[in-house]
Design a protein around this ligand. Structure first.
Ligand code: SF4
Ligand code: SF4
Length: 186
């Protein structure tokens, strides 16, 4: 990474990696008004956009250290409401990766982050989501070993939890995506 990109603002890095321009936001607030999780966020989506526009290092750090970026579930409600078609789910995705890469992830979000990692590992190894592996992996990471365990027999009997993972034909292609992302500078 060049000295220039290391010193550039989070907004500039976002634009470089995703082509999303925070400057396009004119603070109408429609994204925050429609976001189903804005009440759980310390900075709703329109505030994140405003903080990015300031290009202030302190605000950049606040975003990367926030719980907001982990609370977002990528439902795309904000994107569908935005008159400027700003892809906020992509913004949040970038911030999550950047937050981990810089070791700034919020400690209160650690279980959400563990779930994200368990989810991605399941996709990485089989090309599809295998629920039992996902739950087992998450429980080992979080040590919430007995949480919801009483639901398992019922789900198994209803065929909701296949024991063996279904592996897609072109698994190499999926592994390739992961390798490529591991070598991407955020
Ligand atoms: S994608 Fe995230 S920020 Fe946008 S509406 Fe959904 S939860 Fe809120
Ligand atoms: S809806 Fe779009 S333009 Fe309006 S505040 Fe949100 S990001 Fe900015």
């Amino acid at each position: 990474m060049s000295a220039h990109s290391e010193n550039s603002s989070l907004s500039a890095k976002l634009h470089q990696a995703t082509e999303v321009k925070s400057a396009k936001c004119y603070q109408c607030g429609k994204c925050s008004a429609g976001c189903p999780l804005s009440t759980e966020m310390e900075y709703p989506p329109s505030v994140i956009m405003r903080m990015l526009q300031t290009e202030d290092l302190k605000n950049d750090r606040k975003i990367l250290k926030s719980q907001t970026i982990w609370v977002c579930v990528s439902c795309e409600m904000c994107l569908s409401r935005c008159p400027m078609e700003i892809d906020i789910p992509k913004v949040m995705d970038f911030m999550r990766q950047k937050s981990i890469a810089e070791g700034l992830s919020n400690p209160k979000s650690k279980n959400i982050i563990r779930f994200h990692k368990a989810f991605l590992d399941s996709i990485k190894y089989t090309g599809r989501l295998h629920e039992i592996s996902l739950v087992a992996d998450y429980k080992m990471r979080s040590m919430h070993l007995t949480q919801d365990v009483m639901m398992v027999p019922k789900m198994l009997s209803r065929g909701k939890l296949p024991i063996l993972p279904e592996i897609i034909k072109d698994k190499k292609k999926v592994s390739g995506f992961f390798k490529k992302s591991e070598h991407t500078n955020f």
